[in-house]
Structure formats: structure tokens, C-alpha cells
Design a protein around this ligand. Structure first.
Ligand SMILES: Nc1ncnc2c1ncn2[C@@H]1O[C@H](COP(=O)(O)OP(=O)(O)OP(=O)(O)O)[C@@H](O)[C@H]1O
Ligand SMILES: [Mg+2]
Length: 393
């Protein structure tokens, strides 16, 4: 549901906000300070950082805490529906309007209206919102004249850079000034790593399961970048709790992106060896797809050219220098042979196959992790092409 009346009037609606970092403490000190007045607040921050919770926290600490907190997601509705949801409509104003409907702004009278994802509003809706902010009047869809003056405290949130939207003409500057009397920025989780451990513990406690994490697992949690912030952390922890079927969770239970992070936390030499081993066995055992995971990780720079060469070396050791065998070993379709060649040549990841052509591969070796073999690495693209030709057995 895009529109939620998220709290009934009452004193007990303060959200539980886990925080241990000074950055988050600062956010809440500021939130408490602005809660004391009626100033409009803009909360910014990446998706999943907790903007929604901070908005509720402000409401819960304001004099309006006994009134409603009404949330509207501005991105989830078409223009017409959003207008009707915010301002209400009169019976017969459009097809399906069988009766008068009270808008969310009116429902939030004396309380707080939370306009989530305000940066997604159309220019037309921005104009209507600005009119409300300037005089507190609302005009329901289909009504001839504005009919109510309201007193709803406005809190807006966005994960967009509104100044950039203003510069590109997609957001009204006058509206930005109106909604941003007070501005609270919630930092990304990777910029307040002290919060990670308590958030993980909080999620585990909520699930009511008695599980623990290994030291490496904690290291991975704390080193990972968390692009999806707290929401991603909660999803990962919940998945681990319910899917791993063990009381002590280690990095081997983690999703691939976190496993990579765990490897990066090791000393460089050890990390590289471990990473190449994991990538190789993941490919050979079919846990990773070359194109969906390894290729993507390389393009996203999660793994380096060196890592990829190490994986290819392991493959060539197993296939005794056969690139065709390696394509099959890595779970690719035979038709991907050329594509694979072009990819490693274009990115200078080729390995000379000749030193690996010692003997025919044994069947049993196809699933075993081979020892690391030292071999010359081709330097130029011409060298790569030659190495690949040599290896095209
Ligand atoms: N400090 C925190 N303590 C406990 N839970 C948190 C905290 N921060 C975020 N969460 C949880 O993380 C999830 C995402 O938080 P929230 O919905 O507030 O993020 P958001 O910034 O509004 O995201 P979006 O931009 O996608 O709307 C929610 O389940 C929320 O309860
Ligand atoms: Mg939100």
C-alpha cells in the first residue's frame, strides 16, 4: 500500500532506533531539537538509511505526538491519484469517485504529514503542494473553492539530491526552500560502521533465534559497503538466520558479495589466494555463474584482473591448458567460447595456456581445487591474443 496511516494518535509511538555511532547520535539530537517546534523538516539520505524512522522519531517527540502521523509515498501514485489522496475529492469528480473522500492532509490535521520521496513529485503536484504550504488551504479534487485551513506539520524525505533537481529544472526552488526549513541528513551505514554490530544484534533479537556469528563473519559485516544500508543489512541477517540451519554462522554462509568483502579483509597475499580459490570452486561447483557473477564482479571492480587470472590459471591447470575445457569447466555454454575469449583479451586477463599442457586431465581433477601454478602473464593485447590462440586446444 503506498499510503499508510502509520500511527494512531497516542503517546506510545516512538520508534526503536538502534544507534551507537556519534553520527547517528547527532542526527537524533538534531531531530529532538526540531521536534520541539513546528518547522518543516527535510530528511535526506540514501535508500534504506532510516529516514522513515527519523520522521516518526520527530513526531513522537513533538507536541503533536498524541495526534496522527500520516505517511504518503509520493513516488507510488500517479499524479491524479496523489492529488486525490493528499487533498481528497468530492463525489462525482471523476469516474469511480462514488463518495466524498477526506484527503491525507486533512487526516493529519493537528498531527504530522510525512511526504516520502518528495523529489518524485510532478511539477504540477509541486505547485499544488506549495499552495498548501503557503496558506494551509486545501482544495479537494472537484471542489470549486478551497474549503479548509489545516494545521499539519510537514516532514518530507528524499533520497535524491534536490539541489541538483532544482538546477535541472525538475524541482521548484521555492518549494525546496519551503520544505527545508530544517534539514537532517541521515548518513549511509558505511559512514557509521559502529552501528553495524548493534543493528545485526537487534535483527537477531527480533527473530528470537539463538545464533552466533564467527569472528570472520563480524569482520565481513563491518567491512562491507552496504549499498542498501540498514534495509539490506536486515534482509541479509534474516536470510542467514532462517536459511543457514546452524547456530554459528560463518562467511561460508554469506551471499557472494559479502564473501568477497570477507576475503578483502584478509592480508593481501592470503586474500588473493583465498578469493581465487573461492571463485574457482564456486564456478566449478555451479554456485556462481561466470557471466552473472564473476563477469559482473570484475566490471564492478569487486575483483581485479589479477584475481581473474588466478581463477583462469586454476582452470587451465585442471583442463591441462585447454581453454575449451575451461569454458565447460566454468559452467559456460560451448557457444560462449568466443565471447569468453574476447572478454579476457579485451581486459588483458589472458593466461598463456602452453605451460599447462602437460598431460590430459583426469576426471577426478575436474572438481578438485588445483594447486596455484606460476606462469608467465601476457602483457600486451597482442600477447594475450597469442596466448589465447596457443591455448585454444
Ligand atoms: N537505526 C535503526 N534502528 C533500527 N532499525 C532501523 C534503523 N534504521 C533503519 N532501520 C530499519 O531499516 C529499514 C529501512 O528503514 P527506513 O524505511 O526508515 O529507510 P528509508 O531511508 O526511509 O528508506 P527509503 O529511502 O527506501 O524509503 C526499516 O525496516 C527500518 O525499521
Ligand atoms: Mg522511506
Amino acid at each position: 500500500m503506498p499510503v499508510r496511516v502509520t500511527s494512531r494518535p497516542g503517546p506510545n509511538c516512538e520508534p526503536h532506533l538502534v544507534r551507537a555511532s556519534a553520527a547517528m547520535e547527532d542526527v537524533l539530537v538534531l531531530a529532538k531539537r526540531v521536534a520541539g517546534g513546528d518547522a518543516k523538516v527535510l530528511i535526506s539520505g540514501e535508500s534504506g538509511v532510516g529516514k522513515d524512522l527519523v520522521a516518526r522519531y520527530i513526531h513522537a517527540h513533538s507536541l503533536r505526538a498524541h495526534k496522527r502521523f500520516v505517511a504518503v509515498n509520493c513516488a507510488a501514485l500517479t499524479d491524479t491519484l496523489l492529488e486525490s489522496e493528499l487533498f481528497g475529492h468530492v463525489r462525482g469528480s471523476f469516474t469511480g469517485a462514488y463518495r466524498d473522500k477526506v484527503g491525507r492532509l486533512e487526516l493529519a490535521d493537528q498531527g504530522t504529514i510525512f511526504l516520502d520521496e518528495v523529489g518524485e513529485m510532478s511539477v504540477r503536484m509541486q505547485a499544488l503542494l506549495l499552495r498548501f504550504l503557503e496558506n494551509g488551504e486545501i482544495q479537494p479534487v472537484g471542489a470549486d473553492i478551497p474549503r479548509t485551513r489545516l494545521n499539519a506539520r510537514v516532514i518530507a524525505a528524499t533520497n535524491r539530491n534536490l539541489s541538483e533537481l532544482v538546477a535541472s529544472g525538475r524541482f521548484r526552488e521555492d518549494l525546496l526552500y519551503r520544505i527545508q526549513v530544517a534539514h537532517i541528513h541521515v548518513p549511509a551505514l558505511r559512514h557509521r560502521r559502529e552501528d553495524i554490530r548493534p543493528l545485526v544484534e537487534h535483527t537477531v533479537a527480533q527473530a528470537g533465534r539463538d545464533i552466533r556469528f564467527s569472528d570472520e563473519a563480524w569482520l565481513a559485516f563491518e567491512s562491507y559497503q552496504w549499498p542498501g544500508n540498514v534495509r539490506e543489512l536486515q534482509n541479509v541477517v534474516e536470510q542467514l538466520i532462517w536459511m543457514s540451519g546452524t547456530e554459528v554462522i560463518g562467511v561460508q554462509h554469506f551471499p557472494p558479495a559479502l564473501q568477497m568483502t570477507a576475503n578483502r579483509a584478509l592480508p593481501v597475499r592470503e586474500r588473493r589466494r583465498q578469493l581465487a580459490d573461492d571463485l574457482y570452486s564456486g564456478l566449478v561447483e555451479g554456485k556462481f555463474s561466470f557471466w552473472d557473477q564473476i563477469h559482473k564482479m570484475f566490471l564492478d571492480r569487486d575483483i581485479t584482473r589479477h584475481d581473474l587470472r588466478e581463477v583462469i590459471r586454476r582452470g587451465l591447470t585442471t583442463t591441462c591448458g585447454s581453454y575449451r575445457g575451461l569454458v565447460a569447466l566454468f559452467g559456460m555454454d560451448g557457444r560462449d567460447y568466443k565471447r569468453f575469449f574476447n572478454f579476457i583479451a579485451a581486459h588483458d586477463c589472458g593466461v598463456n595456456a602452453r605451460p599447462y599442457r602437460v598431460r590430459k586431465p583426469l576426471r577426478a581433477e575436474l572438481t578438485a581445487t588445483p594447486p596455484i601454478a606460476a606462469s608467465p602473464i601476457t602483457k600486451s593485447s597482442a600477447g594475450v591474443a597469442r596466448a589465447l590462440r596457443d591455448g585454444a586446444a
